[in-house]
Design a protein around this ligand. Structure first.
Ligand code: GDP
Ligand code: ZN
Length: 332
């Protein structure tokens, strides 16, 4: 008879910890021994994840809503590229929104639309203040698990507040003072939208660093993917810099961004390689003192996604997250 869904506070079974199985926000789980009156249950099984995001730690997200502002702060192409590449590197589909459309002209919107279409994106023009594009943004969230991302000051909190009024994130004041409290913690919660989707209340990666391997960077540029669909480079591991018979190198707008990010990716790769060499020698030196503390990193680990980090998050931490999210809800 009650139409309100019952929310159970669930703790993972000890067996899950034994097999190293973590529980993340967004996980689909098997709940056993539900205590409906005490509103508690136990998690006996975590079903396999479609996706896994590290920042914020969320399982099964299937959309990143990347929010930028057209003005105030001004739209910087290189910064946008950096966020796009980072979003693409998660493997989760990216939906681009350009907010503060009230501050710019229709002609400017068209210029951005044309430019970004050459990048491979179809931006949604938005103004939370002037109520532009808000129906379309809701449509994009339909039946999906979405994480909002973007630099600070673009209106992410305003958008999340609009979509899920119960959250009431603190929007930056004119003085530029940033919000405190729960968003400096690792609190993550998924909110149900009236349209049937779920939205994370915590924005994702705010200051992204390019942390993919040099050879995968190209995969995160639609322009590169498109060029490789129509032809192939002479070398399989072509970095598209100065190799002969490269089909990617050329006069497309973001080629310079690609080269700049490639330098970053190469520098990071070299740092990782140095680190894993150092760790291997530590292992040799401390052999016998406890193998487990100083296991050498495999070289291939440097190619892994950053989301692996979340797998190391202990069950205790995750329980704390779940507990604190319940606590926050009570406080609100
Ligand atoms: P966040 O840092 O991305 O979460 O951005 P906030 O939501 O805190 O917003 C930053 C500032 O932009 C605040 O002063 C908002 O009032 C303002 N803002 C948000 N949306 C709009 C909009 O559509 N138009 C204009 N002109 N300002 C907006
Ligand atoms: Zn090439």
């Amino acid at each position: 008879g009650d139409s309100e869904p019952v929310v159970l506070l669930c703790t993972p079974r000890a067996r899950l910890k034994k097999i190293g199985q973590t529980v993340m926000v967004g996980d689909r789980v098997l709940v056993v021994e539900p205590d409906w009156s005490g509103k508690r249950g136990a998690i006996a099984q975590v079903f396999s994840r479609q996706t896994e995001l590290g920042r914020p730690p969320i399982a099964n997200a299937n959309q990143i809503l990347l929010v930028f502002a057209l003005a105030d702060p001004p739209l910087e192409p290189m910064q946008l590229s950096r966020f796009l590449v980072t979003a693409e590197s998660t493997g989760i589909s990216v939906s681009l929104c350009l907010n503060k459309a009230d501050l710019t002209t229709a002609a400017e919107h068209e210029a951005w639309r044309d430019r970004l279409s050459l990048w491979g994106y179809d931006p949604l023009f938005l103004s939370i203040q002037a109520n532009i594009g808000l129906t379309q943004v809701s449509d994009r969230l339909d039946n999906r698990i979405t994480v909002v991302s973007g630099p600070s000051g673009v209106g992410k909190s305003s958008l999340i507040n609009y979509l899920i009024p119960a959250v009431d994130l603190r929007v930056a004041t004119v003085s530029g003072k940033l919000r405190h409290g729960r968003h400096t913690t690792r609190h993550v919660e998924l909110f149900e939208l009236p349209t049937g989707g779920l939205l994370a209340d915590t924005p994702g990666f705010n200051q992204p660093k390019i942390d993919c391997s040099p050879t995968t960077l190209g995969d995160y540029f639609p322009e590169v993917r498109q060029r490789l669909q129509h032809g192939s480079c002479q070398f399989n591991d072509c970095l598209h810099r100065d190799e002969p018979n490269c089909v990617v190198r050329g006069d497309w707008e973001r080629y310079d961004h690609y080269l700049a990010f490639l330098d970053e990716a190469i520098a990071r790769q070299q740092a990782l390689d140095r680190q894993s060499n150092a760790e291997s020698s530590i292992k040799v030196m401390t052999k016998g003192e406890g193998q487990r503390q100083a296991e050498p990193k495999l070289a291939s680990q440097s190619h892994r996604r950053p989301s692996r980090r979340t797998e190391k998050q202990s069950l205790v931490d995750l329980c704390r997250d779940i507990d604190s999210s319940m606590g926050d809800r009570d406080d609100d």
